[in-house]
Each structure stands twice: as structure tokens, then as C-alpha cells.
Design a binder for this molecule. Structure first.
Ligand code: SAM
Length: 256
């Protein structure tokens, strides 16, 4: 898994990381507290949890995988943030068996909704973990990105299958149980009572561009990162992004 601090891996994480960092900064200003309580549901080995802890926040990672939690512990220790990162074994379905409701300033749910049996329940649970003024960072696989990727690889029947399939799967051996359109994700977030503050397309080009073009051309990585950042903002590109990021805010919902 990637680390937002490593340049090549940043192609996969930069857009989300920038949106998340800004959202956390706003939470710090609004709450008047330097150190926030952050929950990372399905946080795995800490791709986001460890960098968030490095910003000075306290992060609780809930994940069903003991291996991921072990890797998280090691990574947090290496980064010198072990005292601010707590790993807890659990899942989105039984979230409140392991964490308190209404306790977190920010909740991350990155790359998890694809795997939960009931995505609407998953989103309701992560939203219920937020404080009244909290913020949700939701990242999930996009339908259109998968259709495009299968088609460009010459798997036209699979691309067509994903297009028509209610879960956006390209076939029985597709390892991803659910993919989403931007509209589906925003209605899940709004349905759980949050205001949709922003939607970004993630990895619009990164997965389609041959690595050699990025690794050998001087300045190519930086130029591609800038292109990804610009396209992420545009609704037209949401429909072909590999992943979609939705920022949900409780504060805006209360004012609406
Ligand atoms: C694709 S990884 C994403 C990890 C991390 N969030 C990131 O962005 O790098 C998916 C993670 O979700 C976890 N997971 C799978 N099913 C889950 C569930 N029902 N509830 C919570 N986490 C789950 C897996 O163990 C894995 O660590």
C-alpha cells in the first residue's frame, strides 16, 4: 500500500491527502483544539492514519485484519507517533462494539465501503461516530474508472458487464464487491445526514499511464500530479476516476 509521503506513491494519494489535510486544518480552527480525535475505519496498515498522527492528531484505527494492525503498530513506531495511534480489531458493521458513538472530530473511511455487505449501513455507522461538528472523508472505488480500465486492457465484455452490473463488478472473478458512481456516494452521505462539502475524482490518469512515462521523463511525475489535482475538481472527470472522494460535513448539514 502506498504512503502519501513517498513521491511515486503520491500519485495514488495526493488528491485525497490535500483535501483531508485542509479539512483537518478547518476542524482545528473551528474547534480551537490543536489535536483532534480521528477515527480511521478500515485504516489497514496506516497509509493515512500515520501521516494524520504526524500532524499531531490522535488516531484510532479500526480494522478486522490482525496483520494490518500489526503493520500499523510497527509503522507508527517507526514514524515516532506510536503514542498517538491506537489500533483496534473490529469492523464497520460492529463499529460501536469497539469505539464510542459521537466521539470523533473526523472519520476516515477509505477503500472500505467496497467490501461491506450493506454500504448504507456502513456510511450511517461512520457518520454516527462523528461529533456534532465532525467531518467525514469517504473514498471508494468508482464505477466508470473500472469500465474504462477494462476496456483499455481489451476486456470489452467485462467492461460492458461492469457498466450494467448493479454492483459495478466486471465478472465473477472481480475482487471488488461494490463500485460506486459519484451520485451513489453523495446520496449515501446525504442520506446519513451530512452536507456534501466536496467531491473529487481520484486517479483519473495515474492507473492508465504506463509507469515508464512517469519514471523516465524529467518532471513528468510532478506534471502528472498537477494534472490529477486539476482534473479531480472537475465533475466531467468524476465519471472516469478510479476512485471517488466525498467530504461530508455535519456543520453544513445543521446550517442547511
Ligand atoms: C483497500 S484497504 C484500505 C486501507 C486504508 N484505508 C487505506 O486507504 O490505505 C481496505 C481495508 O479495509 C479493511 N476492511 C475490510 N472489510 C472491512 C469492514 N467490513 N470494516 C472495516 N474495515 C474493513 C481491510 O482489512 C483493509 O485493511
Amino acid at each position: 500500500m502506498s504512503d502519501p509521503m513517498r513521491p511515486r506513491a503520491s500519485l495514488r494519494t495526493a488528491v485525497v491527502w490535500e483535501v483531508l489535510k485542509d479539512a483537518l486544518d478547518r476542524q482545528v480552527k473551528a474547534s480551537g483544539r490543536e489535536s483532534l480525535d480521528v477515527l480511521d475505519t478500515g485504516g489497514g496498515s496506516g497509509n493515512f492514519a500515520v501521516p494524520v498522527a504526524r500532524l499531531g492528531h490522535r488516531v484510532t484505527v479500526v480494522d478486522p485484519s490482525p496483520n494490518a494492525l500489526f503493520a500499523l503498530e510497527r509503522r507508527a513506531a517507526e514514524a515516532g507517533v506510536a503514542d498517538r495511534v491506537q489500533g483496534v480489531q473490529g469492523d464497520a458493521h460492529g463499529l460501536f462494539d469497539v469505539v464510542e458513538r459521537g466521539r470523533y472530530d473526523a472519520v476516515l473511511c477509505h477503500g472500505v465501503l467496497e467490501y461491506v455487505d450493506d454500504p448504507a449501513e456502513g456510511v450511517r455507522n461512520v457518520v454516527d461516530a462523528l461529533r456534532p461538528e465532525g467531518v467525514l472523508s469517504l473514498l471508494a472505488a468508482g464505477l466508470g474508472g473500472a469500465v474504462l480500465a477494462r476496456a483499455l486492457a481489451g476486456h470489452f465484455k467485462e467492461a460492458r458487464h461492469a457498466l450494467d452490473d448493479p454492483d459495478g463488478r466486471w465478472g465473477a472473478s472481480d475482487p471488488v464487491p461494490h463500485r460506486f458512481t459519484a451520485e451513489q456516494l453523495t446520496s449515501l452521505v446525504a442520506g446519513a445526514g451530512l452536507h456534501v462539502a466536496a467531491v473529487h475524482g481520484v486517479r483519473v490518469f495515474a492507473d492508465l499511464v504506463p509507469g515508464v512515462l512517469v519514471d523516465t521523463e524529467p518532471g513528468a511525475l510532478d506534471a502528472l500530479l498537477k494534472l490529477e489535482a486539476a482534473a479531480a475538481e472537475l465533475t466531467a472527470f468524476h465519471s472516469v476516476a478510479t476512485q471517488l472522494h466525498v467530504l461530508g460535513e455535519a456543520r453544513g448539514a445543521a446550517e442547511a
